[in-house]
Design a protein around this ligand. Structure first.
Ligand code: ASP
Length: 344
């Protein structure tokens, strides 16, 4: 019989409306069985724990990711799978972070949440929760079907570190544009077995080192030289995720190229990812990106912004020299990028 642990971290799924302001805010989620009595019908054991202070995921930070990862580690041998109830706003960041922190994971960690609180009649939270539990408990023989961090939302299961939040209104809040959907839930839950990370007997080894001296710069036509220079000259910045246009293209203005060059000479690692929802960076495809190759900007391939940010924070915390750090960024750690998307 599978044993599942549900961890409530906060988010709309467990929110209630403030009687005065009407605003949604997290509350202590002790009544899961009251709200979703259906979970009592499962033939496996389900325990629930809640963060002492549940948060709106907008307030998530590195200590929050580490607290969540430690909770999973503490309970790792007691349970077959984990369901994390989390706000949708930064779920893709937490999913990316957990996929890298939980090195050697061989059990399901399924994040889910909802767009409408579980206490409201039209909630999408019940279906999300019930199917997420089922997926976390699914086994093929003795091994779990899923042995990675995934996001389940509105009938679909996605690889966590490939996920982006793409809808602020409708129930289909997530997508993984650069990776196939891992499973679709209808009458049956149909897994795309070829897309799943294969189960491997391994030891869980938490990676807890982060360096948050980083910056995300999204390019736009009209970006001013003074603004750009001010950003890249912020003291102590060690890494920049640069969201470029199309296949990784950036302006050829002299001040822009010089600014990047100076930053790189100061030891800053710059990772090039695309602003496009789908596709990958191909530095050198256009003349507007050949300069980036020359400067030593890292070609971030098909990393999502979320995965690139977390990965850069973790790489910068390592003691290796810059050349090694740059090469580690484009190594796949947990299925977050596709090396064959590199441009030749
Ligand atoms: N602001 C909420 C959160 O991310 C939204 C949600 O839960 O969907 O916690």
């Amino acid at each position: 019989m599978s044993k599942i642990l549900i961890i409530y971290t906060g988010g709309t799924i467990g929110m209630i409306q403030d009687s005065k302001t009407g605003a949604l805010q997290p509350f202590n989620f002790g009544r899961l069985n009251d709200e979703v009595p259906e979970i009592n019908k499962f033939k496996f054991e389900i325990d629930t724990i809640s963060f002492k202070k549940p948060i709106d995921s907008t307030n998530a930070d590195i200590p929050f990711w580490l607290e969540l990862a430690s909770l999973i580690e503490e309970n790792y041998f007691k349970y077959d799978g984990f369901v994390i109830l989390h706000g949708t706003d930064t779920m893709a960041y937490t999913a990316s972070a957990l996929s890298f922190i939980l090195k050697g994971l061989s059990k399901p960690v399924i994040l889910t949440g909802s767009q409408v609180p579980i206490g409201m009649i039209r909630t999408d939270g019940k279906e999300n929760l019930i199917t997420a539990i089922e997926i976390a408990a699914n086994k093929k023989g003795k091994v779990p079907v899923i042995s990675e961090v995934a996001v389940y939302f509105e009938n679909k299961l996605f690889r966590g570190n490939r996920t982006v939040k793409m809808n602020a209104e409708h129930f289909n809040a997530f997508a993984s544009p650069n990776y196939p959907v891992l499973a679709k839930a209808g009458i049956f839950i149909n897994y795309d077995y070829a897309a799943l990370r294969p189960f491997q007997e391994s030891n869980l080894e938490l990676q807890k080192e982060f360096c948050d001296d980083i910056l995300l710069i999204k390019l736009f036509p009209g970006l001013k030289k003074e603004v750009f220079n001010a950003m890249i000259s912020i003291p102590n910045i060690k890494g920049i995720v640069l969201e470029t246009f199309g296949s990784g293209n950036a302006p050829e203005f002299e001040w822009f190229v010089k600014g990047l060059e100076d930053a790189i000479n100061r030891g800053i690692i710059i990772v090039n990812i695309t602003q496009c929802i789908e596709g990958f960076v191909a530095q050198g495809r256009y003349s507007t990106s050949t300069e980036l190759n020359r400067l030593g900007v890292v070609n971030g391939l098909d990393l999502t912004t979320e995965a690139a940010i977390v990965k850069l924070m973790m790489v910068l915390a390592k003691n290796d020299d810059i050349k090694i750090k740059k090469s580690i960024i484009i190594e796949p750690w947990a299925g977050e990028l596709n090396i064959s998307s590199s441009y030749k």
